[in-house]
Design a binder for this molecule. Structure first.
Ligand code: PBG
Length: 331
């Protein structure tokens, strides 16, 4: 190995100047690594800041193109779309998920027409549409896996028909990737990509997101019968393996920073496109500390994003995407 001995070897030498630091940097963050999750809702001419996510706005559809334009101009490759469904459109089965004119479908058509080069990632799960806030349907008091999968297939075909490029199932039901892939193939939708939330943990860090979509107050109980136990790492590899066998093109680990070890293990084991989701609570922590003047927001933002690359992530879903892209472009 390349081990030297002090004083002939001094690792501080390469840190002395900006130019050597740049030359020896092992990892780099690029605008191409960023996916921006966005929130939108019904109504008109309204932008609402999410209280627990300073700087993140939920916009009405008429404002969506203007909201997204800076990200498109900065060259961010893709958006992850999260609709906030009004309470009167929610029911026990999440029926609205299959409506061809639901919010996400209208948003997809609008964005495809306006920004054809921008990738659209659709959230596949029932929680934005259920009146109980769960990602699946109840049968006899439990979230029924196989009934839910059928509804997710319907939701997926609906989104694909509206122009969603990448379906991203975030529900953690067993077998949904295979079922969705088979349905897409049967429709000859062979280019629709699947980015599986393969290792998604039952996490406290989703709190602000549920505020943003209005599903937090509705949620009965917790999601521990389908999302993963934070204690488990080997199980994440099994989840990823199953999803790859079932036809996932890309996999995701979520949340991000508390699970960097999982990203590294997935990347090392499978060598497939692996994404990290820096979730709402991670964003909120950085923004809250920065808001108090306790940490430097820009540096914490860039350091946290670079850490995902070092851990082996292909890219990161982050609410910081436009700000990070601006810094990377020197704009
Ligand atoms: C639910 C979903 C969640 C997030 C994305 N999709 C929350 C949950 O599982 O309750 C969280 C994203 C974030 O916290 O930023 N299908």
């Amino acid at each position: 190995m390349t081990v030297g001995r002090y004083p002939a070897t001094r690792l501080r030498r390469n840190r002395q100047d900006d130019f050597t630091r740049r030359l020896v940097a092992e990892h780099r963050l690029h605008v191409d690594d960023l996916i921006w999750p966005i929130f939108f809702t019904e109504g008109a001419a309204t932008e609402t800041e999410v209280a627990s996510m300073p700087g993140v706005r939920r916009v009405t559809l008429d404002r969506l193109a203007a909201h997204v334009e800076p990200a498109a101009r900065l060259g961010i490759p893709a958006l992850a779309l999260f609709p906030m469904t009004p309470p009167e459109r929610r029911d026990a089965e999440g029926t609205e998920a299959g409506n061809p004119d639901n919010l996400i479908c209208r948003a997809a058509r609008l964005l495809k027409a306006e920004f054809p080069q921008l990738g659209l990632i659709g959230d596949v799960a029932l929680d934005p549409y259920t009146d109980h806030g769960h990602d699946g349907v109840f049968r006899d008091g439990v979230i029924d896996n196989d009934d839910t999968v059928g509804l997710l297939v319907r939701q997926s075909l609906n989104q694909a028909a509206a122009g969603i490029d990448v379906l991203a199932p975030s529900d953690m039901m067993d077998g949904r990737i295979g079922a969705i892939r088979a349905a897409l193939d049967a429709e000859r939708l062979i280019h629709v990509r699947l980015m599986s939330y393969a290792a998604k943990y039952a996490s406290a860090f989703y709190g602000p997101f549920r505020d943003a979509l209005g599903s937090g107050g509705l949620l009965r109980g917790d999601k521990r019968t389908y999302q993963m136990d934070p204690a488990n790492g080997d199980e994440a590899l099994r989840e990823v393996e199953l999803d790859l066998l079932e036809g996932a093109d890309m996999v995701m680990v979520k949340p991000g920073m508390p699970y960097l070890d999982i990203i590294r293990r997935v990347r090392d084991r499978f060598a497939v496109p692996t994404f990290a989701y820096q979730v709402s609570g991670e964003y909120a922590m950085i923004m809250a500390a920065a808001g108090h003047g306790w940490i430097d927001r820009d540096r914490a933002m860039m350091e946290s994003l670079l850490a995902f690359k070092r851990a082996g992530a292909s890219g990161v879903l982050t609410y910081f995407a436009p700000d990070a892209a601006r810094m990377l472009r020197g704009a």
